[in-house]
Design a protein around this ligand. Structure first.
Ligand code: SF4
Length: 376
């Protein structure tokens, strides 16, 4: 029996201890400085002031009234982030953040727009699970480490492989065939999951067998983007994925209506801002990969979540300013959770701190550092 899809959206807010929480899909992470600034205003005026970047390059606002005021929903709609009420939760498309800006084997920017439009055009895809993820990789392999359902990896500007649940199994396609193939597979999956509880391609054993998939030599890149200057763009991380007022104001001043890209590593790529790293650092962005904040994450914790046993922000702040990170060169990510649900924990290797006291947090990180140093 299929459980109801609990993924939050604007029209399906999640009730948290601090009020309603809404999640906004941003296909390919592509938005503008003006939109980010407007969302900050809405987070301040309707919510608790927190605007979070998500691991799917989307955005969340929390601490909102329940029910949501119609004026809030209208204001979100006006930003352009709610193009379909029926399909709002299925527009989960993560793409190589630097595509069309610098590097890559192809520019998949048009594919992001075409796939988004193609999903919305299909009434049958309105019921695709909110957890179902599409990735569009421009050949650098950066987003193939995410747990995706359907994807595409360009191998040249002319084509590549549509991927089915894995970077190593797919169908050779031309660029023109990418979106029709992804939509056809999503429709097939949607039919195949009828009457069962499948959220993902991997849940439907045998579903992909008739597709006659080709074994692919995977082209995997680094699991995250480097920070600092990349071509003429600035690549920055947002500490604890919470975009502050000062940060939103600076991004708006730098790019205004022009594009800015949210990365699935809770950062931003700001085209044309490579020479503004000092201002970005001063606004609280992380611009160096060896900054302690680049390896630290935390769930929202207390006082925002009713399950939280600790103030996770305070623990993360303590760790960021401790000497242990400097000793380690931030080689292993650390995630601080307020309870054993571990919301927002990174997928790969990391030090997992569940509701630690300040002393326990420092001791755990210090022990991890010593252990790694002894293995070097
Ligand atoms: S990990 Fe626990 S405390 Fe943190 S946000 Fe999730 S449920 Fe709340």
């Amino acid at each position: 029996m299929r459980r109801p899809d609990a993924c939050p959206g604007v029209l399906h807010p999640h009730q948290a201890a601090d009020g309603a929480m809404v999640r906004l899909r941003v296909p390919g992470g592509r938005t503008t400085g003006t939109v980010l600034h407007r969302l900050r205003e809405l987070a301040n005026s309707y919510g608790n002031g927190i605007l979070q970047l998500t691991s799917r390059a989307g955005l969340q606002l929390r601490g909102l009234p329940d029910p949501l005021p119609p004026a809030f929903v209208t204001a979100i709609d006006t930003t352009g982030l709610l193009p379909s009420s029926s399909h709002e939760r299925v527009r989960n498309i993560v793409a190589s953040p630097l595509t069309g800006i610098v590097g890559g084997m192809a520019d998949v920017g048009e594919l992001i727009n075409a796939l988004d439009a193609g999903l919305i055009e299909q009434p049958a895809l309105a019921d695709l699970p909110g957890r179902f993820l599409f990735v569009l990789d421009d050949g650098r392999g950066d987003v193939l480490g995410l747990a995706f359902d359907l994807g595409y990896q360009a191998r040249s500007p002319q084509g590549g492989f549509v991927l089915v649940g894995s970077p190593t199994r797919g169908i050779a396609v031309t660029t023109a065939e990418v979106v029709p193939t992804l939509i056809r597979l999503a429709l097939d999956f949607s039919v195949a999951r009828t009457g069962n509880g499948a959220w993902h391609v991997a849940d439907l054993v045998g579903w992909a067998d008739p597709l006659d998939l080709t074994e692919i030599d995977p082209l995997r890149g680094l699991p995250a983007i480097r920070l600092g200057r990349i071509g003429d763009a600035a690549s920055v991380a947002v500490p604890l994925a919470r975009l502050t007022q000062a940060q939103a104001e600076l991004v708006t001043a730098l790019v205004g209506e022009d594009p800015v890209v949210i990365t699935p590593w809770r950062g931003l790529v700001i085209p044309g801002a490579a020479d503004r790293l000092a201002e970005l650092r001063a606004a609280g962005f992380v611009v160096d990969t060896d900054s302690a904040w680049s390896g630290l994450s935390a769930c929202v914790g207390a006082p925002f979540c009713g399950r939280a046993q600790i103030d996770t922000t305070a623990i993360a702040d303590l760790l960021a300013h401790s000497a242990v990170f400097a000793a380690d060169g931030c080689s292993t990510p650390v995630h601080v959770s307020g309870c054993d649900r571990r919301c927002g924990a990174p997928a790969g290797d990391h030090l997992d701190l569940v509701a630690p006291s300040p002393e326990e947090a420092l001791a755990s990180v210090g022990a991890g550092v010593l252990s790694r140093m002894s293995r070097r």
